[in-house]
Every structure is written in C-alpha cells, then in structure tokens.
Design a protein around this ligand. Structure first.
Ligand SMILES: NC(=O)c1ccc[n+]([C@@H]2O[C@H](COP(=O)([O-])OP(=O)(O)OC[C@H]3O[C@@H](n4cnc5c(N)ncnc54)[C@H](OP(=O)(O)O)[C@@H]3O)[C@@H](O)[C@H]2O)c1
Length: 275
C-alpha cells in the first residue's frame, strides 16, 4: 500500500463496533470489502442482502439509526464476513474525509464503494423555491462529488478499487415532471464519465448505474408504481455488473433502448410533450 501524500487521505483510527475486525487481506476472487453510502436505500438494502449471503465484509453508512441497525443485523444474520456501521448525514460534506478514512480502516481496505444516497425531492416546490432545488442538487450531486473525489484519490493511489454509483435514467434528458432531480443525476452521470476517463488508467473502475423506475420507498407514491421493476431483480443485476467491472448499466436493460429513443426526439417536438 502506498503512502498517502494528501493529509486528508491519512487514515484515522477506527471506532470498532458490533463485530470482530475484518481480515487484513482480501484475495482478488474472495469476499469483497464493500462500503455502502446510503445503506438504508431500498436498492442498497437488496444489494446488501446479496453481498451478505456470499460472505462479503460490509461497512454501512446512513442517517436513520434504527433502519441502519436493522439492515446491519440482517446482514450479519445472512452471513456477512464482517459488518460495521455509522450513522451520518452525508449532506455534511466536511465530515466526509474522516468518515471515509474510518470506514476503510474498519474494513481493513476497500474493494467497492457503493453510493446509493439520493432524494427525489418535490419538483413543484423546487419550481417555486430555490432552497428545495438546491437541497436536491446538494444530496444527489454535491455530496456524491465530495465522496467520490476523496474515494477516487484513495483508490488511484492504490491502483485498485471500484466506485459504483446510482445515477438515474432521469439524467439522460430533462423533462418537466422531474427536471431538478433529473439535472442532479445528469450532473452526476457526467461527473462519473469524466472521473472514469481520469482514473481507469490508474486501475480504478467507475460504474454509472442508471435504474429505470424501481419499486422502493422513493417511488411508492408515484402513479403506476406497482408496475415498477422489482428491487431484488434490479439488485442482482447491479451486483453482477459490479463484479464484472462494467462501465455503465441500464437496469432493467430495456431502459437503454427507451432512453435512446427519448434522447433522439427532436427538441421542437420534445418541448411540446407531457413527460
Ligand atoms: N427507485 C427508483 O425508481 C430509482 C430510479 C433511478 C435511480 N434511483 C436512485 O437510486 C438511489 C437509491 O434509491 P432508492 O430507490 O433505493 O430510494 P430510497 O429507498 O428512498 O433510498 C434513498 C436513500 O438515500 C438516503 N439519503 C438521502 N439523503 C441522505 C443523506 N443526506 N445522508 C445519508 N443518506 C441519505 C435515504 O436515507 P433516509 O432513509 O435517512 O432518508 C435513503 O436511504 C438514489 O440515488 C436514487 O436517486 C432510484
């Protein structure tokens, strides 16, 4: 392991809780050390179940203490090799360097960082109130950029690691019903494309995950949500894509075609549509 030159990257002593320490080394094909940011997300929880069942080591971060404790307990029951967690509001970007260093010390390294935090926000409110728009942009774009900047530098120094991030098909084209959320994800997808272009040559994998509508807490109040994709199927596809080191994933896969069509609609027609 190379020595960090940026003082922000210096690991700090971990606060161990709940379990025995993680093993110090992880073979390339063996259990992975996975950091989950936004671990109480419906999509993240379903991935955590799969990672736990195959014995991976997990460090979970979320802001709801009760939900997070339940996710961690479930992961232990399912057979995770190691589980630790911390309650944190990831909007607080100043806390990120210390939080990430703690997490990586606790896992004794890092194979995968999985970013699942996100808010849908209220589009009608965001049209009238800049604070609502700024809050959506902060959680979905600014906070992930802060986390990814630290994590990418950590991984690039070690020439290893995967950064897997939940963006959205909504970022592929802005539309009137959710363009504030959509623009936060568009910014995130563009950031990830540029980051991949920078760190791929350093041996770091960046995966942009673009789900279509999935049945989770985020979408439960939406019209037609009973027809949205099943979260366990979506999670299985995501876990496989992370294992393969894919660059970009549309999930379910049909959304690659749907968004190709939507992107191809000329603006003079698109602006008249009710989407
Ligand atoms: N469901 C979909 O249809 C869909 C489609 C495309 C993309 N996505 C993206 O996939 C990701 C996961 O979404 P989901 O469907 O699983 O929704 P979800 O169940 O609502 O999960 C979102 C998670 O983000 C967490 N979060 C929000 N702000 C946070 C903060 N400041 N600090 C820490 N955690 C924070 C929430 O924590 P709390 O429980 O504390 O609020 C929640 O656990 C999101 O980025 C979302 O934009 C979802």
């Amino acid at each position: 392991m190379s020595t960090p030159t940026n003082p922000q990257l210096e690991p700090v002593l971990p606060t161990r809780r709940n379990t025995e320490p993680a093993t110090k080394t992880t073979p390339a094909t063996g259990p992975k050390r996975i950091l989950v940011l936004g671990a109480t997300s419906g999509i993240a929880e379903a991935c955590i179940r799969l990672w736990a069942e195959r014995g991976d080591s997990l460090y979970l971060v979320a802001r709801n203490a009760d939900k997070l404790a339940a996710v961690a307990a479930d992961a232990r029951t399912r057979g995770a090799g190691y589980v630790n967690f911390v309650v944190a509001d990831l909007d607080k970007t100043a806390t990120h360097p210390e939080l990430l260093a703690h997490a990586i010390n606790s896992l004794a390294g890092l194979d995968v960082a999985y970013l699942a935090l996100g808010v849908l926000g209220e589009q009608p409110k965001a049209e009238r109130n800049f604070d609502e728009a700024a809050s959506i942009l902060h959680t979905n774009f600014v906070a992930p950029v802060s986390l990814l900047t630290w994590l990418a530098n950590y991984c690039a120094q070690r020439h290893a690691g995967t950064l897997a991030v939940l963006s959205s098909v909504a970022g592929d084209r802005g539309r009137k019903s959710n363009y504030v959320y959509g623009s936060s994800k568009a910014g995130l997808s563009a950031f990830l494309a540029g980051l991949r272009n920078r760190v791929d040559r350093e041996g770091v994998t960046v995966i942009t995950i673009k789900p279509g509508p999935v049945k989770t807490a985020m979408t439960q109040s939406m019209k037609g949500s009973e027809k949205f994709a099943n979260v366990d199927k979506v999670a299985a596809t995501i876990v496989k894509a992370i294992d393969k080191g894919q660059d970009e994933l549309y999930v379910p896969g049909i959304w690659r075609i749907i968004m190709g069509v939507i992107r191809a609609i000329p603006e003079r027609i698109f602006k008249k549509l009710n989407l």
